[in-house]
Design a protein around this ligand. Structure first.
Ligand SMILES: NC(=O)c1ccc[n+]([C@@H]2O[C@H](COP(=O)([O-])OP(=O)(O)OC[C@H]3O[C@@H](n4cnc5c(N)ncnc54)[C@H](O)[C@@H]3O)[C@@H](O)[C@H]2O)c1
Ligand SMILES: CC(C)(CO)[C@@H](O)C(=O)[O-]
Length: 303
């Protein structure tokens, strides 16, 4: 399978590098990471160990592939969609956090599949990505139901020894992951703590309120996710990733823009559209925005 990975950062390099052992993979990213891959190959260390030589480019024009994986940060999704629309890709699958498939579908139509990834990846140096945790990838139709194309994508991932399954209930899975991110990411980023700090009060209270709010919005959007489902998923991830720093915590520590708009912000926006109150998500979003604004990390048109 010819695969383009659009957004060769931590997750894109890990997944794209793993796929490169079995498929024709082109990583689309930026220098110096791309330059080093072109020179010396891509080193994968940590829970996975490989040295692979995928194609790598900084040029997003004219991409042709059977499958394009989108692994840019949520706030770069529209740009990725534009670039892919100018190319010739048969299928697109996001592995991003947050609700980004709508932005992709606006530009790319029904070529877009939904995806979630719980592998942990960290870019160590240009040309070197570390797998910080094995996980699972789920792919499927945005509007639920199984499909041959989702099964084909999952089989391609499994052929490269990635843990992947096609999920006929991706809407529920995407919202469950959103509830987990809405609960963990902002609280750990603002409090400066690893995920395990949310195993009990006081952090658990705020995290679980945010997760319950997200479940209520999910149900208003027609997705069958109970408050208990959301809290159980949150508690399981807190337990499984107790020693991890969430991606938003890592972004804040590095002084980078966060994905708060695609996580807590998206919950608030969709809550408003469905007349569902989301006070905890609203407060978390405003606090992270305050941090971003103090460092000029917010886009000029942001409210
Ligand atoms: N890192 C993880 O462990 C992990 C796990 C699960 C989900 N995710 C999600 O995956 C997504 C990516 O996360 P990440 O940690 O890999 O972020 P990252 O910042 O390491 O990678 C994104 C990469 O995309 C590149 N990029 C953005 N726009 C581009 C463009 N127009 N052309 C070329 N390159 C472009 C950036 O330069 C960057 O290297 C996020 O939504 C994140 O929440 C990450
Ligand atoms: C599941 C998760 C919250 C674990 O840290 C991860 O999605 C992240 O860090 O964004």
């Amino acid at each position: 399978m010819d695969i383009v990975v659009f957004g060769a950062g931590a997750l894109g390099s890990l997944v794209g590098g793993a796929l490169a052992g079995k498929h024709a993979v082109t990583l689309v990213g930026r220098d110096p990471h791309v330059a080093r891959i072109r020179e010396d190959g891509l080193r994968i260390s940590g829970e996975l160990d490989a040295l692979v030589h995928p194609e790598a480019t900084t040029d997003p024009a004219g991409l042709v592939a059977d499958l394009a994986l989108v692994t840019v940060k949520a706030y770069d999704t529209a740009e990725a969609a534009e670039a892919l629309a100018d190319g010739d890709v048969d299928l697109v699958c996001s592995l991003q956090n947050g609700l980004t498939e709508g932005t992709l579908r606006e530009r790319l139509g029904d070529r877009v599949l939904a995806g979630t990834a719980t592998y942990g990846a960290e870019l160590v140096d240009p040309g070197h990505v570390r797998c910080t945790g094995l996980g699972r990838i789920h792919v499927g139709e945005l509007d639920d139901g199984g499909s041959d194309r989702a099964e084909r994508v999952a089989a391609a991932f499994r052929a490269a020894e990635l843990d992947c399954e096609a999920d006929p209930a991706m809407a529920r899975r995407r919202w469950e992951k959103l509830a987990v991110n809405a609960g963990i990411n902002a609280v750990t980023a603002l409090a400066g703590v690893e995920n395990g700090a949310l195993a009990g009060p006081p952090g658990a209270r705020t995290a679980e309120r945010a997760a319950r709010e997200t479940a209520r919005v999910a149900r208003a959007e027609g997705v069958d996710l109970t408050d208990d489902d959301a809290v159980t998923a949150l508690r399981d991830v807190v337990d499984e990733t107790a020693a991890n720093r969430s991606s938003m915590y890592q972004d804040v520590r590095a002084g980078r823009r966060t994905e708060v708009e695609a996580i807590n912000g998206a919950v608030v926006d969709l809550g408003r559209a469905n007349a569902v109150a989301t006070p905890t998500n609203g407060t978390l979003a405003e606090l992270v925005r305050t941090w971003e604004a103090a460092r000029d990390l917010r886009p000029p048109d942001a409210d």
